[in-house]
Design a protein. Structure first.
Length: 177
């Protein structure tokens, strides 16, 4: 019945560009223009502003925020709430990115495929593929794989869709038994 839950959530939140395999925990606030690839998981308590795109296999811990719009704050004598908003830059999350609980991703950031964002991080600049970042503001605290060769192999596998094939083979095996 997971497909029914997924379908109902897509209808409820008016999500037109979310892949049918994406699972979203409620309550979450998600902008209707969210784009996701296959097998993404958005844990409960997410707040996702506009112009955000996820690749395949993106995994969000609970309470992750994509802030969306900033406000204009440089108009002397005008309260921020009446100052308007600058043009919103897109936020792009690659394939197989894991974002830890309560992390905050600011608008305009690009997170490379295979990267990990630690719990409670505030991400205000781009994250390289397969990097692990954490802290406020987020800084690189490690690599997901030790060697460059492993990182390249992993990214190549993602780009070629190897994981997708392995997944469907597993399903076929399950049916065969
Ligand atoms: C990012 C994470 C996976 C790193 O785990 P790890 O590879 O085992 O890393 P370590 O615990 O060895 O820590 C490596 C360094 O990063 C630092 N670090 C780890 N988590 C951090 C965090 N959330 N914020 C800031 N720094 C962090 C550690 O202090 C350590 O620094 P040091 O080398 O100066 O001592 C893990 O810390 C994390 O945040 N996981 C997310 C958990 C979560 O949200 N789960 C929800 C379920 S989806």
């Amino acid at each position: 019945m997971k497909w029914l839950y997924r379908w109902l959530v897509r209808k409820l939140l008016r999500l037109r560009y979310v892949h049918a395999s994406t699972l979203i925990g409620l309550p979450s606030l998600v902008s209707p223009d969210l784009v996701t690839g296959r097998d993404c998981f958005i844990n409960v308590g997410a707040v996702i502003g506009p112009k955000v795109t996820f690749g395949d296999y993106v995994l969000l811990g609970p309470g992750v925020t994509f802030t969306g719009d900033d406000h204009v704050y440089q108009k002397v004598g005008v309260p921020i709430t009446f100052s308007g908003r600058p043009t919103l830059r897109p936020t792009i999350i690659g394939d197989d990115v894991w974002i830890g609980a309560k992390a905050i991703v600011l608008a305009g950031v690009a997170v490379g495929s295979g990267a990990i964002i630690a719990a409670n991080a505030v991400v205000n600049r781009d994250v390289p593929p397969c990097a692990i970042v954490g802290g406020v503001p987020a800084r690189q605290i490690g690599w997901r794989f030790d060697s460059e060769t492993e990182r390249e192999l992993h990214l190549l596998g993602l780009a070629r869709g190897d994981f997708e094939r392995a997944h469907s083979q597993r399903k076929e095996t399950a049916i065969a038994f």
